[in-house]
Write a protein that binds this ligand. Structure first.
Ligand SMILES: Nc1ncnc2c1ncn2[C@@H]1O[C@H](COP(=O)(O)OP(=O)(O)OP(=O)(O)O)[C@@H](O)[C@H]1O
Ligand SMILES: [Mg+2]
Length: 249
C-alpha cells in the first residue's frame, strides 16, 4: 500500500435546509487502501458518498481525487474520472441480462467512447470478479440480496474505477454471505489495486478486512484510526453500544 492520497475530503459539509447531514468531515484514503466508513443509521455515510461521487453537490468543503478538485462535478463526470460506486438499494435493469447490465455500466464509465465488444469484455471481467455468471442468458430475476449486491459491484467495476465506493450496508445478508462480501472486496483491492471505501454500519466483518476506519456520528467524524484502535475506543463503543451503564455485562 502506498501512502499517496488518492481521495482527500476536507471540511465537507452537506446541509438539507436547516439540517446538517455531513458536518465538516475530513479524511484521506491512500492509494490501494481499504477504508471502512462506519457509523449508525443516519450518521451521514451515504450522503458523504453522494457528495464525493457527484449525486449531491456539497454545501461546502473540498473533495480531491489524485490532487484534483472534483467537488461539485456531476455523477457521470466523477465516474469518468475513475470513481465507481455501488448503491445501498440495488436497482438493476431487471428486464436485461446480467451481462447487459454490466455492459451498459462499462459504456457509461467510458463516456460512450468504447466499442460494444470492448464494453462487453469489461463487463465479463467485472461479472467474473463479482463471481456472477457472464453468459448472456443469466438475468437478475431470482437474485437474492447477496446476488443483487454482487451485481451492484459488477456494474461499478465495469466502469473500471480506480476508487470504489461500496455502500454495502450488509442488511439482508447472513453471516457467511457477509464474510464472502468482505473477502471479495479484499480480493478486488489485492488483485486489481483498486482503492476502496467501504460503508457499513455493522462493525464486525468490516473490521476484519479494512486497513483503517473513519467513524461518523450525527454527520461528524468521531474517530479515525486502525480497526484495533476503533474497537478499544470509548466514543465508538458509546455510539454503537450506548453509554457504559446501559450495556449488558
Ligand atoms: N435528500 C435528503 N434530504 C433530506 N435529508 C436527507 C437527505 N438524504 C439524507 N438525509 C438525511 O441525512 C441524514 C444522513 O443520511 P445518510 O443516508 O447519509 O445516512 P447513512 O449513514 O447512510 O445511514 P444508513 O446506515 O441508514 O444507510 C439522515 O438523517 C437522513 O434522513
Ligand atoms: Mg446509507
Amino acid at each position: 500500500m502506498s501512502t499517496a492520497p488518492l481521495l482527500e475530503v476536507a471540511g465537507l459539509t452537506k446541509r438539507f435546509g436547516g439540517f446538517t447531514a455531513v458536518d465538516n468531515v475530513s479524511f484521506g484514503v491512500g492509494k490501494g487502501e481499504i477504508l471502512g466508513l462506519l457509523g449508525p443509521n443516519g450518521s451521514g455515510k451515504s450522503t458523504t458518498f453522494n457528495c464525493v461521487a457527484g449525486m449531491l453537490r456539497p454545501t461546502s468543503g473540498s473533495v480531491r481525487l489524485a490532487g484534483e478538485e472534483i467537488g461539485g462535478l456531476t455523477a457521470d463526470e466523477t465516474c469518468r474520472r475513475g470513481i465507481g460506486r455501488t448503491f445501498q438499494i440495488p436497482r438493476p435493469f431487471r428486464g436485461l441480462s446480467l451481462l447487459e447490465n454490466a455492459t451498459l455500466a462499462a459504456h457509461y464509465g467510458a463516456g460512450g467512447g468504447i466499442s460494444r465488444e470492448e464494453a462487453e469484455t469489461r463487463a465479463r471481467d467485472a461479472l467474473r470478479l463479482a463471481q456472477l455468471p457472464d453468459d448472456p442468458h443469466a438475468t437478475a430475476h431470482g437474485l437474492g440480496a447477496a446476488g443483487l449486491k454482487k451485481l451492484e459491484l459488477a456494474r461499478a467495476l465495469a466502469t473500471q474505477p480506480r476508487l470504489l465506493l461500496a455502500d454495502e450496508s450488509l442488511g439482508g445478508l447472513d453471516t457467511a454471505e457477509m464474510h464472502q462480501a468482505a473477502a471479495m472486496l479484499k480480493r478486488i483491492r489485492d488483485e486489481r489495486g483498486i482503492t476502496i471505501v467501504w460503508v457499513e454500519h455493522i462493525m464486525g466483518v468490516l473490521l476484519s478486512v479494512v486497513d483503517r476506519v473513519v467513524v461518523l456520528d450525527h454527520g461528524a467524524v468521531i474517530f479515525q484510526g486502525t480497526p484495533e484502535a476503533a474497537q478499544a475506543d470509548e466514543r465508538v463503543a458509546e455510539v454503537y453500544l450506548g453509554p457504559p451503564e446501559s450495556r449488558a455485562a
